[in-house]
Design a protein around this ligand. Structure first.
Ligand SMILES: Cc1cc2nc3c(=O)[nH]c(=O)nc-3n(C[C@H](O)[C@H](O)[C@H](O)COP(=O)(O)O)c2cc1C
Length: 183
């Protein structure tokens, strides 16, 4: 059984919708999904523990774009993981990043790169979105080779587009496929 940790922060629901797509796609391949947040925002939220990191075979990590970088809640969590880093316990675990920004050119690609940094420091194997995912070339909103993204609009009212959703689902499936090949 392959375990995927989908670790995210979302204030208004966009990143949560992406997390759910990634999780559901992974489940279609038989994976066990741990859906975790950095803080309790909804009744059913389960706040991440460091044990969740140690249990997973693959990680999907996402937050909203905040001034072109990750949300503070996530950075605070990663700063508690030095013991795991010292032991190299996440080395070679496949991972992907995802984000939502209100505007198209408001820094979502910069955020994806920023989200990648702690994962690279931990020695994780970062997976982007390859161009054999046709939606990557078709999208007129979110979706990048660095990871899935969504453009939520200035009022944060846009739902995930069909292409954004398919890109999310493709990364969920790819993480599981690669994690299983690495076992
Ligand atoms: C403090 C703060 C900073 C933000 N910075 C950016 C930004 O740099 N670029 C952008 O396009 N949107 C920015 N946004 C908007 C969010 O990224 C956007 O609304 C996102 O879709 C929210 O995701 P959520 O619905 O999962 O919370 C910011 C929002 C907040 C609260």
């Amino acid at each position: 059984m392959t375990t995927l940790l989908v670790l995210f922060h979302s204030s208004h629901g966009s990143v949560r919708a992406m997390a759910n797509e990634i999780a559901e796609a992974a489940e279609t391949l038989g994976a066990t999904v741990l859906l975790r947040t950095f803080e309790q925002r909804e009744a059913h939220d389960i706040v991440v523990s460091k044990d969740d990191l140690l249990r997973c075979d693959a990680l999907a990590f996402g937050t909203p774009t905040r001034f072109g970088m990750m949300a503070a809640q996530a950075k605070q969590f990663w700063e508690t993981t030095s013991d795991i880093w010292l032991k190299g316990q996440l080395i070679d675990i496949p991972a992907c990043v995802f984000t939502s920004s209100s505007s198209m050119h408001g820094g979502n690609e910069a955020t994806l790169l920023n989200l990648s940094l702690p994962l690279l420091h931990h020695g994780m194997m970062l997976l982007g979105v390859p161009y054999d995912v046709p939606e990557l070339s078709q999208t007129t909103t979110g979706g990048t080779p660095y990871g899935a993204s969504h453009v939520s609009g200035t009022e944060n009212t846009s739902m995930l587009s069909e292409t954004e959703m398919k890109i999310c689902r493709s990364v969920g499936k790819r993480l599981i496929t690669i994690a299983e090949k690495l076992k």
